[in-house]
Design a protein. Structure first.
Length: 263
């Protein structure tokens, strides 16, 4: 039996108080099982990032419940098995690539030789060899985001929360990041919640797409992505099957884009 890693039940979130209350998420329920890669997809403002931040314990929920590995999530208490990759790269400008990636291991007190060996492996996996001593200001946006990703992955999180990490990248760089992430995930098989408003990205990466309605975010549909793994981020998009699934999900997503414009 596959282990359920994340349980979300009737999750709601309202911002503000009194007459200024704004409902962001309304009675959302879903499960994520061990090794699943699930995308939260929907128009801007539908509560995708809010749901992710509640799962992470970064903000409190207003109603419902969240459990990670069977225990309740409490705001302000980050679970050690959970890693988070933010929308923008969070690299330290004063640290080199190697020292950025190894930051968490330094804090953890890992011996230098062991730390350097782990950092070297992550640099190779991220295709950053030759840039170990470079500072972030000399790197492209995609390279900085790779550094951010590897700094999280080096801590070996079992659950990975990702909030539109490639949203600011150009199409070519985004595809390159998709391929790197796919290769890394194939090796480690973390349980992933990936927030995006990009349908192509969701189809390329995920096993399931949870489609959220326009605000307040409710689950409109839960799609299974049928493409076999391992995947090639570029060749996949050239297949007939990809086009058919894209059209199916796009129809439902397009309705929510229209609803957002009508507000």
């Amino acid at each position: 039996m596959t282990i359920v890693r994340i349980e979300v039940r009737d999750l709601s979130k309202t911002f503000g108080s009194g007459s200024g209350q704004v409902p962001a998420v309304d009675r959302v329920s879903f499960d994520l099982r061990q090794g699943e890669f699930v995308a939260l997809l929907g128009p801007s403002g539908c509560g995708k990032s809010t749901i992710l931040n509640m799962i992470a314990g970064l903000i409190p929920h207003s109603g419902g419940s969240i459990r990670v590995d069977g225990t309740p999530v409490e705001a302000g208490k980050v679970k050690p098995q959970v890693g988070y990759v933010f929308q923008r790269d969070t690299v330290f400008a004063w640290r080199t690539v190697a020292r950025n990636i190894g930051y968490g291991l330094e804090i953890k007190g890992l011996p230098k030789a062991e730390r350097e060996a782990k950092v070297a492996r992550m640099i190779a996996q991220a295709r950053l060899k030759g840039f170990e001593d470079a500072f972030p200001l000399t790197l492209s946006g995609g390279m900085r985001q790779r550094v951010s990703l590897m700094r999280t992955l080096i801590m070996e999180p079992q659950i990975l929360l990702m909030d539109e990490p490639f949203g600011a990248l150009d199409t070519h760089t985004k595809l390159e990041m998709h391929q790197i992430l796919l290769e890394l995930w194939e090796r480690e098989r973390q349980t992933v919640v990936f927030v995006t408003h990009d349908l192509s990205e969701a189809l390329t990466l995920s096993d399931r797409i949870i489609l959220l309605s326009a605000r307040p975010g409710r689950i409109k549909q839960d799609f299974t992505v049928p493409f076999a793994r391992p995947r090639d981020a570029i060749k996949l998009r050239e297949t007939k099957e990809y086009g058919e699934v894209f059209a199916k999900v796009w129809h439902s997503l397009g309705e929510e884009f229209a609803a957002t414009k009508a507000e």
